[in-house]
Design a protein around this ligand. Structure first.
Ligand code: UD1
Ligand code: CA
Length: 450
């Protein structure tokens, strides 16, 4: 789409959300609302997608690093938002802009394609919906069948408010010369005191431009999200769709109604998941992997045949083929479990690799560590990786055996095939094949008379 840029209007506050965040940073299945809109646009526009940011713009920029932003410092309405973006769009050498409200997370690439196709040839085209309850949507006014204006609900005479069932969905394709010519003529003389993008329609129609309504019937994918209720409803719609799609593909889901899976996650046919659970972000669950109930998995990969037992929480982790995790395990960013390794209850792993077949089965913290294949980490072992200022690394060699309740004070290297006695505080390296005990000797003294 070399001639057309996409512009997402996302500067508004979203007053009805009662939140400090911009509305488009509210989440659905763990993803920002804006991420859905961008995903619908990217296939058509690549990098040529611009985002109008305003209210808490820095939060938006931080959430979408690499995004192309236009600043609307004062939010004076959707028409004003487009005005602010015109120089950037013209600079990108475009003739048209697909303008879309940032609060339509159900928009998808296919609908965008159809809309663009139907908008072709018009100077100004916009999508319309036909709603039984048109609520606060802008009403489409027609004269002799042709669109002549969009009147915002607030500015509509109460007597006619309920008569208009055709409403503006907030998706437009606008020729930039038209925008350049007509935007200076829109005013704030309305109930909201804002510049409305929708006023372009009446101006275009009266100036002899072709203005076209692309009728989209009752398509719920174009419904805007303005309130917590609408957010919940939309998220539930999305959730059900993801679940239905996975079931169709051959993923085994127990209690599917309690499953929250991001549409950006990948779950392979033959994986088996039990709700309630959450699979979020760019997670991947491969075939034959099993996820028990109450697990939360974000941006993590569960390889073939691996098993997550109940109540395990993963973020940015990789669980190798056939590995066993949990119940009640916590894998934090950078946790890498090699195939057939075991991590048991109340074990936390951060930025650490557990080698093939290695085990840390009980009450352990492994941070900034590398554990060799076949090593056994006893109950209550802790890597003391932080000295109050910096993090240090612990290395445990292959087949080493760390006795229970050991503190490994990093930086420290435990050699392969070595053994560390229970209760040790290890502050110096343990050579390969040695046995090391670092604890005070037990004394058995006579007990004082009671
Ligand atoms: C808007 C339309 C309405 C349409 C509805 C569809 C206008 C005037 N009205 O109303 O006809 O039926 O969408 O959902 O456009 N925004 C900015 N800068 C601003 C104001 C808003 O970027 O100064 C952004 C918001 O972040 C939001 C989008 O524009 O993503 C739409 O704004 P919103 O306030 O939700 O408009 P609606 O009242 O829903
Ligand atoms: Ca809206």
């Amino acid at each position: 789409m070399p001639n057309t840029a996409a512009l997402v209007l996302a500067a508004g506050k979203g007053t009805r959300m009662h939140s400090d965040r911009p509305k488009v940073l509210q989440t659905l299945l763990g993803e920002y609302m804006l991420a859905y809109v961008l995903a619908a646009l990217r296939p058509h526009f690549g990098e040529n997608v611009w985002i109008v940011a305003g209210h808490q713009a820095h939060m938006l920029e931080a959430a979408f690093p690499g995004g192309r932003f236009v600043l609307q410092a004062e939010q004076l309405g959707t028409g004003h938002a487009l005005m602010q973006a015109l120089p950037a769009l013209a600079g990108a050498g475009c003739r048209h802009a697909l303008v879309v409200n940032g609060d339509v997370p159900l928009l998808d690439a296919e609908m965008t394609r159809i809309f663009l196709e139907k908008a072709e040839g018009a100077d100004l085209a916009f999508a319309t919906l036909n709603l039984d309850d048109p609520g606060s949507y802008g009403r489409v006014v027609r004269a002799g069948g042709k669109v002549s204006a969009i009147v915002e609900a607030r500015d509509c005479a109460p007597s006619t408010l309920k008569q208009h069932h055709e409403v503006n969905a907030g998706l437009y394709r606008i020729s930039l010369p038209l925008a350049e010519a007509l935007l200076p003529r829109i005013t704030r003389a309305n109930k909201s005191g804002e510049y409305y993008i929708t006023d372009l329609v009446a101006l275009a129609a009266s100036d002899g431009y072709t203005a076209r309504a692309v009728e989209c019937g009752r398509d719920e994918n174009l419904l805007g999200v303005n309130s917590p209720r609408e957010l919940a409803r939309t998220e539930e719609t999305l959730r059900r769709r993801v679940v239905a799609r996975l079931l169709d593909r051959g993923v085994i889901l127990h209690a599917p109604d309690a499953m929250r899976i991001s549409p950006f996650a990948r779950v392979e046919p033959g994986a088996e998941l039990t709700g309630p659970c959450e699979i979020l972000g760019r997670s991947e669950v491969q075939r034959g992997a099993r996820v028990a109930s109450h697990c939360v998995v974000r941006d993590s990969v569960i390889e073939e045949g691996a098993e997550l037992r109940h109540f395990s929480h993963l973020e940015g982790a990789r669980v190798g083929a056939g590995a066993l995790v949990g119940p009640f395990a916590r894998l934090r960013p950078g946790a890498v479990l090699e195939p057939a390794s075991h991590v048991g209850n109340f074990v936390e792993i951060k930025n650490a690799r557990l080698g093939e077949g290695a085990k840390a089965n009980h009450l352990t913290y492994l941070g900034d560590a590398d554990v060799g294949a076949g090593a056994n980490i006893g109950a209550g072992t802790i890597t003391c990786n932080y000295d109050g200022r910096r993090k240090h690394k612990t290395s445990v060699g292959e087949k080493a055996f760390i006795g229970s309740n050991t503190a490994l004070v990093a930086p420290v290297v435990i050699g392969a095939n070595s053994l560390v006695g229970a209760g040790s505080v290890i502050t110096r390296d343990v050579p390969e094949g040695k046995m090391s005990i670092a604890r005070s000797k037990q004394k058995n003294l006579p007990r004082k008379k009671i």
